[in-house]
Design a binder for this molecule. Structure first.
Ligand SMILES: CC(C)(COP(=O)(O)OP(=O)(O)OC[C@H]1O[C@@H](n2cnc3c(N)ncnc32)[C@H](O)[C@@H]1OP(=O)(O)O)[C@@H](O)C(=O)NCCC(=O)NCCS
Length: 162
């Protein structure tokens, strides 16, 4: 399978924050932001693999600032790590103030997706070709997480026995 450039997976999703997206503080629900992040990450996984993909884990999510009614959310996702059947994807979300155009980073998250066949079994994905300094930095971090998880040394909390 031919490797693919990280930039080929890059995907964007924009969303204007409407009343139904708000919590009781009048700001965007974290769950709504996560659902959008999952969606844009899925686009990146699909563009990278051109295969059916499922979310297998969300490694880390940081909500950095609240997003207000009427703001424009601008989200980007890009594959920076691949193993055999899995891919890690970095999602960043900026909130844009509609009148000034001022932008602020409001969320960062790392999603893992697995490519699956028609029976839901994992299948190989193309390797990612890193292009930027950020790709290389995120890849090195993802590699450590991957190795730690495989070795059963993940620092992530889980109630399950492996
Ligand atoms: C994703 C799924 C197919 C993996 O099946 P599995 O039997 O655990 O498969 P494996 O153990 O062979 O792992 C397959 C790949 O997933 C990776 N993986 C498994 N658990 C993981 C986790 N918690 N985090 C990151 N990657 C994980 C493995 O490292 C492996 O990747 P690799 O081939 O690149 O090394 C299966 O768990 C599944 O169908 N989950 C539900 C997916 C879903 O419905 N998502 C939507 C949620 S609403």
């Amino acid at each position: 399978m031919q490797p693919k450039k990280a930039s080929e997976s890059e995907s964007r999703l924009t969303w204007i924050v409407a009343p139904q997206d708000l919590n009781r503080h009048g700001t965007l629900f974290g769950g709504q932001l996560l659902a959008l992040a999952d969606r844009v990450a899925a686009m990146a996984a699909l563009r990278h693999s051109r295969l059916d993909c499922v979310t297998v884990s969300i490694d880390k999510v940081d909500f950095l600032a609240p997003v207000r009614h009427g703001y424009i959310l601008d989200m980007t996702a890009r594959v920076h790590f691949t193993a055999r059947t899995s891919m890690e994807i970095y999602v960043s979300a900026f909130a844009e103030e509609p009148n000034t155009g001022n932008r602020e980073l409001v969320c960062e998250a790392f999603f893992s997706f697995v490519a699956v066949d028609a029976d839901g079994r994992p299948i190989p994905v193309p390797q990612v070709e890193l292009e930027t300094e950020q790709d290389r930095r995120l890849n090195a971090e993802a590699h450590k997480r991957y190795e730690a998880r495989k070795a059963g040394k993940s620092a992530t909390r889980t109630a399950r026995k492996s």
